[in-house]
Ligand binder design. Sequence first.
Ligand code: HEC
Length: 122
Amino acid sequence: MKYTRMCLLLLVAALATGCDGPSSSHSSQLEAASRQLLPEDPGIAAIYGRSCRSCHTVAATGAPLTGDASAWGPRMDKGMDVMLDSVINGFGGMPPFGLCMDCDAQQFEALIRFMATPAGTP
Ligand code: HEC
């Protein structure tokens, strides 16, 4: 009986630390880092700011975060053509054109390369 109670207490303690434990603070750190990043080219930066950024810096949207190498690695492995197709046709929670209706393929490619570049890379 006493033993069960202790297990329960340990469980509660584990759940409590789980709420802002390592995994969620890791993703909020990634979010904070992603929000600091902007493409160098002013034109691409403007598009990024009014479209891609609203989802790709917010983990809750399910979008791979800008600069998050581990999220982008496996996606980029599919190849740039597949990435472009995903944006143009929409993919999962991402609407077609990633909300940039007048973007061309070259601009999408620049945006994708920017977001997939690991944070901290010059
Ligand atoms: C409304 C939110 C939203 C916006 C705006 C948005 N995305 Fe996304 N994006 C997502 C989500 C969510 C995913 C992950 C979808 C999944 O894996 O199911 C994603 C995934 C991607 C992928 C990976 C696709 C794949 O095949 O793995 C690329 C590339 C991408 N987005 C590029 C862009 C670009 C470029 C823009 C801006 C022009 C943009 N996104 C704007 C939500 C968004």
